[in-house]
Design a binder for this molecule. Structure first.
Ligand SMILES: NC(=O)c1ccc[n+]([C@@H]2O[C@H](COP(=O)([O-])OP(=O)(O)OC[C@H]3O[C@@H](n4cnc5c(N)ncnc54)[C@H](OP(=O)(O)O)[C@@H]3O)[C@@H](O)[C@H]2O)c1
Length: 275
């Protein structure tokens, strides 16, 4: 039987790496995983995780989602000449006051998070449509559901990704292609990043979300559910820990309740700090 061909972006670490390892190590050997990363010098970690026991279930390819040529080169190297499941996972974060962000930094975030996702979909969707079969999973973020202070540009990029997914979901029903947007909250360890340059409120936010931090393994379980589902939905939440905050947005549609509550959470502990 033909293997299910899965291409994952951003496999040098985190969710992408764990998902690639899990699928490539599946005892059924039903998956052929193309684990892609922008910098192949980082492939050691992934290789150490799969050891060399699964040479027929995984290939590692270079693919920088900001580089059209790199995306097309990766596509060329797929032996089966098709991708059944595309996982758009590559992403970069950005924290800090909006006024301090340069145009170059902001465009880099959009180039990876939004246009990188679009480039990947553009490369593999035509084949899926032609075959009338395929599935696209997109790693979303809580920052794509609700605005977060000091996270404006990142949130904007992830809100935009959510818009792409919802719009495509309607169209793709006609082609038997499903798109699923998986919201992740905050990974364990994400709060260990260097915060020395950030205002105190931003650090409060990081530690607030750290309390709701998720294990990568728990997130990967949800990805696996979506991969195995007969007919996946558009939206999945890999954690419900912070959902009450998102639902506040809908409770009072003028936004005032969400803004007040979030402001209280982030700023009440630091009344004397930087405004
Ligand atoms: N970490 C969190 O708390 C969190 C929360 C919500 C959503 N997410 C989302 O989850 C996804 C996976 O992130 P993660 O948490 O697993 O973090 P991660 O470990 O930093 O993984 C991000 C991956 O994206 C790759 N990447 C960055 N720019 C790329 C590019 N131009 N082309 C191809 N790959 C690129 C990184 O490669 P390099 O190693 O080369 O940089 C890395 O492999 C992202 O979309 C992120 O926005 C993360």
């Amino acid at each position: 039987m033909d293997k299910t061909v899965v291409l994952i972006t951003g496999c040098s670490s985190g969710i992408g790496l764990r998902l690639a390892v899990h699928l490539a190590s599946d005892p059924s050997k039903t998956f052929k995983v193309y684990a892609t990363m922008r910098n192949l010098a980082k492939k050691r970690r992934l290789m150490d995780c799969v050891k060399d026991v699964h040479p027929d279930t995984m290939d590692i390819l270079q693919m920088d989602v900001t580089d059209q040529l790199s995306v097309l080169n990766a596509k060329e190297k797929i032996e089966e000449k098709r991708v059944d499941i595309l996982v758009c996972n590559a992403g970069v974060g950005l924290m800090g006051p909006l006024e301090a962000q340069s145009y170059e930094t902001m465009t880099r975030i959009f180039d990876v998070n939004l246009f990188g996702t679009i480039r990947s979909i553009q490369a593999f969707l035509p084949g899926m449509k032609a075959r009338r079969s395929g599935r696209i999973l997109v790693t979303g973020s809580l920052g794509g559901l609700q605005g977060l202070p000091f996270n404006e540009v990142y949130c904007a990029s992830k809100f935009a990704v959510e818009g792409v997914c919802e719009s495509l979901a309607i169209l793709l029903q006609q082609f038997n292609v499903q798109i699923a947007h998986l919201t992740t909250v905050f990974l364990c360890g994400a709060g260990e990043k260097d915060v020395s340059e950030l205002p105190l409120s931003a650090i409060t936010l990081i530690y607030y979300y750290n309390d709701a931090a998720q294990d990568t393994a728990d997130i990967v379980k949800v990805f696996l559910d979506v991969i195995r589902a007969d007919s996946p939905a558009l939206r999945y939440y890999t954690s419900t820990a912070l959902m009450p905050l998102s639902t506040l947005k809908l409770a009072l549609q003028d936004g005032s309740q969400y803004v007040r509550t979030m402001s209280k959470i982030i700023f009440s502990a630091n009344q004397t700090e930087d405004a």
